[in-house]
Design a protein around this ligand. Structure first.
Ligand code: FAD
Length: 287
């Protein structure tokens, strides 16, 4: 069976939805969306939205452990139950059925499955062939795996499987100090993991985060127990994400690691404590 459309979009993520919406609204185009994994794409399912949920939970733990005493609010140390945080994060997500409903209501033909090209105007999905005047490839990206010797022998995790963990890893090595790496560093450091960030090249995040913002980022991360390290080393290569991961050991967030505890014990440390001048948790800031 061959179906003809004005526009075929491969992928159903943010880019695909924007393009499909514009074509349909502004040009009255008939549109087919093809999706092989998750309707809605990465951002709402496994990227922007779930990581922001984790950031909120991590900030809550941080506020309780690091700021509450200073604010005069007495409460016990925060113990993060990652399985429940994960369940909460999942509850915020639109279901696949709901995505399909929304996209179908917008008037698109939804074609589940993997698209491959037959020719410049024809795409095959399973047994079905679709043709169109225009075909947009909005297939997104996938995890870039660094070419580190031995990496194939270990159970590494990526941003998708990290969001499926049910136990807080005792330690976490994050390769890459881009926005995603730093986001996960802050999340897991605040959850209680010992986090180390490795970034290749002589300049790490400072090249991406110019000036004072780089300093602020570094200072913020180190005050959240993340160790930072610039290393010369492997460049990234691309490989599909793997899903089965070895469960890491549990390590609950512990108040004994907080600044107030270290101050009370008189422990000397290179890790900076919360500044004594009016620190403001970001949730309390406006905007
Ligand atoms: C951890 C993380 C956090 C992020 N946080 C933010 C944030 O806070 N703010 C922000 O602006 N951006 C954020 N981003 C970036 C954002 O997620 C991406 O920019 C955005 O999802 C890209 O959308 P896209 O439509 O190009 O690709 P995607 O959303 O990845 O969609 C592509 C789709 O194409 C499908 N596909 C691929 N090949 C085929 C094929 N052959 N046949 C059928 N379907 C196919 C895939 O299954 C996928 O669903 C984050 C990214 C990550 C990883």
């Amino acid at each position: 069976m061959t179906d003809h459309f004005d526009l075929i979009v491969i992928g159903a993520g943010s880019a695909a939805r924007d393009a499909a919406g514009k074509a349909a609204r502004e040009f009255g185009a008939s549109v087919a969306l093809i999706e092989r994994t998750r309707w809605g794409g990465s951002c709402p399912n496994v990227a922007c939205r779930p990581t922001k949920a984790y950031l909120v939970a991590a900030e809550l733990a941080y506020t309780v452990n690091e700021l509450s005493d200073w604010m005069g609010v007495r409460c016990g140390p925060a113990a993060v139950d990652l399985a429940r945080v994960r369940a909460w994060k999942d509850s915020l997500r639109r279901t696949q059925e709901s995505w399909q409903e929304v996209l179908a209501k917008a008037g698109y033909e939804l074609v589940p499955g993997e698209a491959s090209f037959v020719d410049a105007r024809t795409v095959r999905v399973g047994d079905r062939e679709l043709t169109a005047e225009r075909i947009l490839i909005a297939s997104g990206s996938r995890t870039a795996v660094p070419r580190v010797p031995g990496i194939d022998a270990i159970e590494w995790i990526d941003h998708i499987s990290a969001l499926e963990l049910e136990q807080i890893p005792e330690s976490l090595l994050i390769v890459g100090a881009g926005p995603v790496g730093l986001e996960f560093a802050q999340i897991f450091a605040r959850f209680g993991s010992r986090v180390t960030i490795v970034n290749h090249g002589p300049t790490s995040w400072s090249s991406r985060t110019p000036g004072s913002r780089a300093t602020a980022a570094t200072s913020s991360l180190t005050s959240n127990s993340a160790r930072t390290s610039a290393a010369s080393g492997p460049r990234a290569t691309s490989r599909p994400a793997r899903s089965s991961r070895r469960p890491p050991s549990t390590r609950p967030a512990s108040r004994s690691r907080t600044c107030s505890a270290r101050r009370a014990r008189g422990t000397r440390t290179t890790r900076p404590c919360r500044p004594r001048s009016s620190p403001t948790p970001s949730s309390a800031r406006s905007g």
